[in-house]
Design a protein around this ligand. Sequence first.
Ligand code: ADP
Length: 592
Amino acid sequence: MILGKHINRYYLKFLHMYILGTIALVFVDYFQLKVPELYGNVINGMNGAEWFNMEYLIRDVCIPLAIIMATIIVGRFLWRICFFGSAVKIETDLRNRMFEHARLLSNQYYQVNKVGNLMSLFTNDLDTIQECMGDGVLMFVDALFLGILALSKMWKMDKVLTGFALIPMALMLIIGTIVGKSMTKRWDIRQQAFSDLSDFSQESFSGFAVIKAFVKELKELAAFRKLNVQNEDANVSYTKISVMLNILITLLVESVICVILGYGGYLVYTGKFNAGKLVEYIGYFSSIVWPIMAISMLIEKTSRGKASLKRVSELLDAEINVTDAEDAQDITSLVPGGTVRGGIEFRNLSFRYPDGENEVLTDCSFTINPGESVGIVGKTGSGKTTIVDLILRTYNVPDGSIFIDGQDINRLTIRSLRNCCAYVPQDNFLFSDTIARNIGFAFDDIDEAAVKNAAVLSDVDSNIMEFKEGYNTILGERGVTVSGGQKQRISIARALMKDAPILIMDDSVSAVDTNTEKVILRNLRENRAGKTTILIAHRITTIESMDKIIFVDDGRILAVGSHDELVRSCPEYSRMVELQKLENEAGGAENA
Ligand code: ADP
């Protein structure tokens, strides 16, 4: 049995099931202990007792035995349903809670905790906890009741013999408790080794193409083997101690049998016991061999369960640090007419990532008017993605530093804030689902015409129509692989279909050719007229016709204005323009 903040509630929630299971188990144990008495009577009867006849056999042995067996079968069925059924329900509920909590954790958490590790929490660790809540509770209850019942019967038959038998059993409990602690630690190490292996495999499979392109298969193999050996060592280390515990328990059980046979034989010899009583006594002891073994298994399971619960608790206790303020309100209830217009203001914002050493943004101030199209440019690492991530409140920002339509984003509910933004992330992640469902991801019911319209605007409709299944083509692992440019355009279509007051595109036309880029930009201009559009780009040509350009350099806003204004007023910007022109000409000459 395992106890802990996140698990105790289930004992209460499923108390009725556990009580019913315990009653069924006690019945089974009670009836099971009637069998040795019947054996003893038969042995004594066979030794020439005059009451031992066919009528006695049927009335006092066969019929009771049949009733006992029937009760045991029904009882076993019942406790299995109660204990194992509860354990499966607990596992499901815990998994839901973990997923729900994981959903609310910030990006920061996922940067530190790798996918493989999280996956093993949802599989291996939950399995272990489930075992503890089913098998573990069963073993605990069974060891307790069957042990006490059998011991009391043994005690009644002979106190001295039972006293002798109890010594090895007490030893067993002491050893089990000490060894159990070491087992918990080793299970923790074993689970960690498994997580590391899962992490590595997950990353290797995801980066398969890169590994192959760099001919690094052997290096990967060597690294995998190393982790696999570590995993094996951790398993062996755990198995060693588990086997040792098992052997010790078996040894102690055998020693109890030696005591019973030796001292019990002596009692028969002195006439205090007869053969039937000794058989009955051994029968009782045989019944508690299982509870004794169960104690060893219980120690093992509990040790593993505690380690797994600790790991799961770490996830459930992980702080949800990006959350709604107590006075947060839906943005639509704060803006006139409930319509978000898409104005954005950054006011002297300085920002450092929670685990970062330096400020990534320093004293940033700029204003984006509702309906403006805005380009953000700057060198790689200058802070462009950070700026747009902060609009979506992916991380916490100081009060009074970012405003949407004049409202401090810290006073808005995160849900309403993100609802008024559509986002095309840099990695263009798509789900293993149909293209239609990917594009219509923001909606529960998919409007086919709207999906097509969004795909036309992002210039990917003709590509999609070339697939045999069209918009019903499944993407990713279970379906077709699309090119980087197609992925990018499907991702743009997904954001366009949301038709939000603010559209944020992070380097979203980098993988398309210049002609396609022109088509997409023209469509954006027409389709998003009057709505705010922010586009991060590397090529100045991509954003030069936008209403406003924000030029970022090393986390500072160097200049804000139209392309022409910036060329005139910002030497760094005009240097970048010149540089890109030269690069284009050099590229053009090379291609010519
Ligand atoms: P850009 O989009 O202009 O290429 P980013 O906004 O992605 O730049 O990054 C700005 C700086 O912040 C970089 O130095 C980068 O290393 C750092 N950075 C980005 N994400 C994180 C993070 N999650 N934790 C710590 N530092 C980060």
